[in-house]
Design a protein around this ligand. Structure first.
Ligand SMILES: [Zn+2]
Length: 381
């Protein structure tokens, strides 16, 4: 499964991989039969026109939507049909530039209303996220100059790029020829921080030996979606535990390195008192500490006691939104009884707040943790 933002070089990589399918005898597995699925949000699939069907293979184009959200069923049907032929050893899927790898992984790991999953037909071998080194670095460095998006606005581009890097088995650092050596080190450091589990491969113009990507199944239904550093931090012993409402991600055995690489530190801010809305929003929009690489988590505002607040910081830009209703609110309104409190909320339950809480992960270099904690404490009511 090839993911990665627009222009990262997915199509070039796909073409390069498919070209290798034709070199019978050259690889370790001559004559492998491959199919390719190319997905484009537009009705006319430009990428598909750039890609030649592999020899003895098949090229399927899925247009008019994105396989991670609007045309999920098309991907499921296409893969089921390809598998039913019994003809293909590998299927390479190029997703749209805005596709969320987490949603794609879910197609293989979760069952739909009919009890079916893509995992019934095919095994997801690897989530590969292709990254344009230059673009990623530029977005990363420009982030701090941008005004924070208003609540409810769509995800900034860079946050989407970070999401794609955080849920991946392989990070293909493409266009390495377009950045200087020290810049490449910086991109690599940032990516290793965001996703310590993924294998990092440096490449230029998508020139990757197919054996590197196809001969090792790396996807793990628990470890891959749980690879993000912020998730690992929350799961450390001593952390408040669980990842919070809705995510349901609990990687088993996701070891957190004792020595933090590159001087990067991380910590969880957990509290059972509400934030004052103005003070908290002012702090995350104007007062983020220098060196903050990533922040993510849930917050609770005194002025909006019903709403589960969600904070995501990537590249210096803070995005806040309400993502749901605290279970405690539902109980107070009499919508549910004590017995109906879901286990996921019960795991975080502390009277009198219930599941309402501050649970925020901060990752960065050179952050003065006690000063930052004090700044957050000052937002409490
Ligand atoms: Zn999508």
């Amino acid at each position: 499964m090839l993911c990665g933002f627009l222009g990262a070089g997915k199509t070039t990589l796909l073409r390069h991989l498919l070209a290798q399918a034709g070199t019978a005898g050259a690889g370790a597995h001559p004559g492998r039969r491959w199919a390719a699925v190319v997905n484009d949000v537009a009705a006319v699939n430009i990428d598909a026109q750039l890609v030649d069907a592999p020899p003895a293979g098949k090229l399927v184009s899925i247009g008019n939507g994105c396989v991670c959200c609007t045309v999920r069923d098309s991907l499921a049907e296409t893969l089921a049909e390809l598998c039913a032929t019994g003809t293909y050893d590998h299927v390479l899927v190029e997703t749209t530039g805005v596709a969320d790898p987490r949603a794609i992984a879910g197609l293989f790991t979760r069952r739909n209303a009919f009890g079916r999953s893509l995992g019934d037909f095919a095994r997801l071998s690897s989530l590969v996220t292709v990254i344009d080194s230059r673009h990623f670095l530029d977005e990363w460095q420009r982030g701090r100059e941008r005004p924070p998006p208003e609540p409810g606005m769509p995800k900034p581009v860079f946050e989407l790029m970070v999401d794609q890097a955080e849920c991946a088995d392989v990070l293909l650092l493409n266009k390495c020829d377009l950045v200087a050596a020290d810049e490449l080190d910086l991109v690599e450091r940032v990516l290793r921080t965001l996703n310590p589990r993924a294998e990092l491969i440096r490449t230029e113009r998508g020139q990757v030996a197919c054996e590197l990507l196809l001969d090792r199944a790396r996807f793990d239904p628990v470890a891959t979606p749980g690879a993000a550093k912020w998730i690992r931090v929350l799961q450390q012993p001593g952390a408040p535990g669980g990842v919070g409402p809705g995510t349901g991600v609990r990687p088993a055995g996701a070891a957190v390195p004792h020595e933090e690489e590159y001087g990067i530190t991380s910590f969880v801010y957990a509290e059972r008192r509400a934030f004052d809305r103005e003070r908290f929003l002012q702090l995350v929009r104007r007062g983020l500490p220098a060196g903050l690489l990533r922040a993510k988590g849930f917050y609770w505002l005194a002025q909006q006691p019903a709403d589960i607040g969600f904070l995501s910081v990537a590249g210096g830009v803070a995005r806040t939104e309400a993502v749901g209703t605290w279970v405690a609110e539902l109980r107070e309104r009499g919508v549910i009884t004590d017995a109906e409190i879901p286990a996921s909320a019960r795991a975080h339950w502390v009277e009198p707040a219930g599941d309402r809480r501050q649970e925020l992960v901060f990752i960065g270099t050179g952050i003065d943790e006690s000063a930052w904690r004090a700044a957050l404490d000052a937002c409490l009511t």
